[in-house]
Ligand binder design. Structure first.
Ligand SMILES: *Cc1c(COP(=O)(O)O)cnc(C)c1O
Length: 385
């Protein structure tokens, strides 16, 4: 079998490589140089984030968030089970307990109607995840959090350039975490950012990121020497990576628009399958603007997904499933979670299939993949345009 269309391929529509050469020539290779400042300023200006700090990954930003939430043994954090392992790991690393809540069937996001029932006197925070770049119901989540005195940390790894009621994902909670991993819309290979939206976390966030020192205050001339003032780690990415990232961010609108065209073509071609009730296609709730991070379909059952995935891969089209729910994983089970407790998560995670999508994907390849899906169901595709 030869791969005709990979699931993902790193691609660019911006001056990324030229900026990397510029960064190398400047002689500033380590973090917090000119390109890091440009990337942070871009995030703060474009997304109206009060403070953006580049990190080595979204995982690192989530770990910083767990420290900023002051999580420790006995504390509980509410999050979906249908997420990447880093969301839960950051909580577990602090000795706190992940409390998994089921997802909404339409967006596969944390079901806001189930949050109240999961809150106990030990609950410290709510960590919603914006799946596929479509926002959680943030007004409801923020209202609950405010009433109960809980910190809200958005895992917006997939949400860069997506919005909720006109506000960028990652800027709605107290803290927001972005990913610039190769698999995300905007990428520098490995990278991330922590958006600090509540001022009470700003000073400590800087210190955690600088190995527990007050080096940032020293560089601003606010203290005359810097020293060890808190715990922390090395969360600062190199300026050459930031240079690549600036190129990606500057092309961000075009990358997002191109992905939107590709998703629209998939949606149009596959509409006859949805109309016949053979599959379900992604929808975007009122008030949410997607960044087209993902195009998925929900099949009738797990065996149909396996058969469709095998047939597509056999033809060279690298469709792929997504998360194994964390509550059924070995570590999830060690916290006492069992299969059967989150029915929507268990059902949909077994039926979801993601189709190839990347910013320089040829429209002809979208058409070929869509036709292969239609052929599996023995239904004629609609034309792409
Ligand atoms: C990709 C992803 C992460 C991890 O991002 P890294 O930058 O690779 O650490 C975390 N959460 C979600 C929901 C993701 O999709």
């Amino acid at each position: 079998m030869t791969v005709k269309v990979p699931f993902n391929r790193p691609c660019t529509l911006g001056p990324d490589a030229a900026y990397v050469r510029e960064a190398i020539a400047s002689g500033h290779m380590c973090g917090d140089g000119p390109f890091s400042r440009r990337a942070q300023a871009f995030l703060e200006t474009t997304f109206h984030a009060p403070r953006a700090l580049l990190t080595t990954s979204c995982t690192a930003a989530l770990e910083m968030s767990a420290l900023l939430c002051d999580l420790g043994p006995g504390d509980e954090v509410i999050l979906p089970s249908y997420t990447f392992v880093s969301t839960a790991n950051a909580i577990a690393l602090r000795g706190a307990r992940p409390v998994f809540v089921d997802i909404r069937p339409d967006t596969l996001n944390l079901d806001e109607a189930l949050i109240e029932a999961a809150i106990t006197p030990r609950t410290r925070a709510i960590w919603p995840v914006h799946y596929a770049g479509v926002a959680c119901e943030m007004d409801t989540i923020l209202t609950i959090a405010r009433r109960r005195g809980l910190v809200v940390v958005e895992d917006a790894a997939q949400g860069v350039f997506a919005s909720y009621k006109g506000r960028a994902l990652g800027t709605l909670g107290d803290l927001g975490c972005y990913s610039f991993h190769e698999t995300k819309n905007i990428s520098c290979g490995e990278g991330g950012a922590l958006l600090v939206n509540d001022d009470r976390f700003a000073r400590r966030a800087e210190i955690l990121r600088e190995k527990g020192t007050n080096r940032s205050q020293f560089l601003r001339g606010q203290v005359d020497k810097y020293t060890w003032v808190d715990v922390g780690s090395s969360y600062v990415p190199a300026d050459i990576l930031a240079a690549f990232l600036v190129g990606q961010l500057e092309a961000g609108e075009r990358i997002t628009a191109r992905r939107g065209e590709l998703c629209a073509a998939y949606a149009r071609m596959l509409a006859p399958l949805a109309e016949r009730g053979l599959v379900r296609l992604p929808g975007v709730p009122e008030g949410c603007v997607s960044n087209h991070h993902m195009f998925y379909l929900i099949t009738a059952d797990a065996s149909q997904r396996a058969a469709l995935m095998d047939q597509l891969r056999g033809a060279g089209y690298m469709a792929t499933f997504h998360y194994v729910p964390l509550h059924t994983s070995p570590v999830g089970q060690s916290y006492g979670w069992r299969a059967g407790s989150l029915p929507v998560t268990e059902d949909l995670s077994a039926r979801l299939l993601r189709l190839p999508l990347f910013c320089d994907m040829a429209m002809a390849d979208v058409e070929a993949v869509a036709r292969a899906v239609c052929a599996f169901y023995g239904v004629e595709c609609r034309d792409a345009a």
